[in-house]
Design a protein around this ligand. Structure first.
Ligand SMILES: NC(=O)c1ccc[n+]([C@@H]2O[C@H](COP(=O)([O-])OP(=O)(O)OC[C@H]3O[C@@H](n4cnc5c(N)ncnc54)[C@H](O)[C@@H]3O)[C@@H](O)[C@H]2O)c1
Ligand SMILES: O=P(O)(O)OC[C@H](O)CO
Length: 629
């Protein structure tokens, strides 16, 4: 007998299991450690009698209707007895080992889970609830009640009904009911592959009849029935075997800078602990030398990136590699996290190597400018690679991420399924994820805040106090929102109140690198260039705000909207040396285009303020050098 049992799945069976879109489970002795009617009978002192009838039915010697009625008659059930049983048998004590993990794993993969049981709804609902299976996904029997004449007069209510029989309309009340339930599932939703898992003959039938399940998996962890063992396409004693055989998503990170490394910490942790992901995560590294050693070798030896984020260990399941094609080619999820100026070239390099069906997420804050206006980085990735691309944005300063330091981020995605999987990949107890669908709003907000951070840095470096910074943050947020909505009318106001909106703005305007460099620029009176400060203060990290400021102005120019965004405009004029950093506080009053109108010598001469005259002349000459006047 044992030689005939298919304990190892054939390649065809494994393929069906891995492609399952719907898995239907029997409950009694498959999900729970016993038959619920048997347990109820035992609770009521008629266990032996009930068990005999159950076994006769499960082994196929007694038709189901008769077995059901005989057991109900023997138990003389009332609602009070049923409730007392449910209360004294908590679900956790009724579940077989590893069933919860298996169902969670299936649900994480968006496989629809159904419960098809010859048991009764009242006994099953707590189990379904504990496993996260909705009521609409349950096929089970229903008790038929009538008023209990024996109840005390003051108890006559819905609390004291007597069970007389069962509802014959439920398919599982009769022979062939389980295949019938599967056919009903198919009628509602056209799943390509449905799998039935169970221990009894009635479950086996579900895989044998036309229109039934495509695969039947026998479960012998509680009871082992000969016919089921012989006939099952695959027979297992432990649900862990099924969970282990499910497909895993491979993840690749493109980038190895500060944020790439900080976010890798969460990604690597989740890849290690969640079976839906393949534990090894690949990381593409722009190869450099650090202290005489290649960065890839250093990362693979120390499991951190000592150049860009020293002290952030992401574990030994991360493999650093400088060959981008080998990193992306077998990945199911691509995470993009490089400074934005490099990503287009990288996409062109990999476009013919990405796996069909893979999807992406961009952590990049920045934009591209084309002749017709701006292009979001996620749109560029989507169009170049022909993959869906979500974004993750938030108040996430890289060197502040880790256990003990609460942080949150927004994943914006147009694809509900991808968003769900991405949340599983990034969410940890110290890194909270919320999901929204407004990709444009989230990405624009993350991009534009880098320019507002420069404004805040100019203000702080010029010695202005909190009142002034608050003005800049408020105006910055207003302009961020206004520009985002003008460019992408689908953008929602509410997005600016998510982690990717005002929260990111606040964090970046105090602890971010754009703020830091802008503040130093102001403190040094603009004497050192941004390139010099970037090299001196950021040690290889890339300053994004100055480049983004330039890109935003190009975009505003194309649209003719420059004058409508005074704060963004003044930041750019300061970055370009036209105004002083301290002028940031005058963004309301400055005429944004005074010098372009070429002030006359008379007007200049009329000025009594020599310092102002000097300053204006200096700005005129800068603009002349740039060919702007
Ligand atoms: N650092 C943060 O706190 C933070 C937080 C959230 C989002 N972000 C965003 O994440 C993105 C990536 O930033 P980061 O902090 O991970 O990077 P980073 O600025 O720390 O590092 C720069 C990276 O660029 C790489 N690089 C240098 N020259 C390159 C080239 N020619 N081609 C490709 N790569 C090259 C370097 O090797 C390094 O990995 C940016 O869009 C940034 O705005 C950063
Ligand atoms: O260091 P910054 O200014 O690039 O900001 C870092 C992150 O974007 C904050 O979320």
């Amino acid at each position: 007998m044992e030689g005939m049992v298919r304990r190892d799945a054939s390649p065809e069976v494994l393929q069906l299991w891995r492609n399952a879109e719907c898995v239907a489970f029997d409950i009694d002795c498959t999900i729970t450690i016993n038959d619920s009617l048997d347990a109820l009978g035992e609770f009521l002192g008629v266990g032996e009698q009930i068990q005999k009838i159950t076994n006769a039915a499960m082994d196929g010697h007694l038709d189901l209707e008769t077995a059901l009625q005989q057991r109900l008659d023997a138990m003389n059930l009332t609602t009070q007895k049923i409730q007392a049983f449910v209360n004294s048998h908590p679900v956790e004590k009724r579940l077989v080992p590893n069933i919860r993990t298996l169902i969670e794993e299936l649900q994480a993969r968006n496989v629809e889970v159904f419960l098809i049981s010859g048991g009764f709804r009242e006994l099953i609902l707590p189990v379904a609830k504990a496993l996260g299976v909705p009521k609409s996904n349950i096929f089970a029997n229903r008790f038929v009640y009538m008023a209990d004449d024996n109840a005390e007069e003051d108890q006559v209510s819905s609390q004291s009904l007597r069970v007389t029989t069962f509802d014959p309309k439920e398919p599982t009340s009769r022979g062939g009911g389980k295949p019938e339930a599967i056919r009903r599932i198919r009628e509602k939703r056209p799943y390509n592959t449905i799998v039935m898992v169970g221990d009894g003959i009635t479950d086996l039938e579900a895989g044998q009849e036309t229109g039934g399940a495509d695969l039947f998996i026998g479960y012998g962890g509680v009871v082992q029935r000969e016919a089921v063992m012989k006939e099952a396409d695959w027979f297992v004693d432990d649900h862990a075997v099924l969970a282990e055989a499910l497909p895993r998503l491979k993840v690749a990170m493109i980038g190895s800078g500060a944020w790439a490394c900080a976010s890798m910490r969460m990604v690597a942790e989740n890849a290690r602990s969640r079976r839906i992901f393949y534990p090894k995560v690949k990381m593409w590294v722009f190869e450099e030398e650090h202290n005489g050693e290649k960065l890839t070798e250093l990362i693979n030896r120390t499991h951190e990136n000592p150049k860009y984020l020293p002290g952030c260990h992401f574990g030994d399941n991360v493999e650093a590699c400088s060959d981008i094609v080998s990193v992306v080619q077998d990945a199911d999820i691509l995470i993009f996290c490089t400074p934005h100026q490099f990503v287009h070239r990288l996409c062109l390099q990999i476009k013919s190597h990405v796996k069909p069906g893979c999807f992406a997420i961009s952590l990049i804050k920045g934009m591209r400018v084309r002749t017709d206006g701006p292009q979001l980085i996620s749109t560029m990735i989507q169009r170049t690679l022909m993959v869906d691309c979500s974004v993750l944005m938030g108040a996430n300063i890289a060197n502040q991420i880790g256990p003990g330091s609460l942080c949150e981020a927004t994943i914006a995605s147009k694809n509900v399924e991808h968003a769900r999987l991405l949340k599983l990949l990034f969410h940890t107890e110290y890194f909270y994820i919320d999901i929204i669908s407004d990709v444009e709003g989230a990405e624009m907000s993350g991009t534009l805040k880098n320019v507002v951070a420069l404004a805040a840095g100019f203000a702080d470096g010029s010695g202005y106090l909190d009142n002034c910074k608050a003005v800049i943050l408020r105006e910055g947020l207003k302009e961020m929102r206004e520009l985002s909505i003008r460019l992408y009318p689908s953008v929602r106001e509410s997005t600016f109140f998510e982690a990717c909106g005002v929260a990111d703005l606040i964090a970046t305007c105090s602890g971010g690198r754009n703020h830091k460099v802008a503040m130093e620029f102001a403190k040094r009176g603009g004497s050192d260039s941004f390139d010099t400060l970037e090299a001196e203060l950021l040690h290889g990290q890339k300053l994004q705000g100055t480049l983004t400021s330039h890109e935003v102005q190009s975009c505003l120019k194309i649209k003719g909207w420059e004058a409508d965004f005074p704060l963004l405009k003044v930041v750019d004029l300061i970055v370009n040396g036209v105004y002083e950093p301290a002028d940031i506080a005058r963004f309301r009053d400055l005429n944004l285009f005074p010098i372009v109108k070429s002030p006359t010598a008379e007007a200049l001469a009329a000025s009594e303020d020599a310092a102002m005259l000097d300053s204006i002349q200096r700005r005129v000459s800068i603009l002349e050098v740039r060919g702007l006047v």
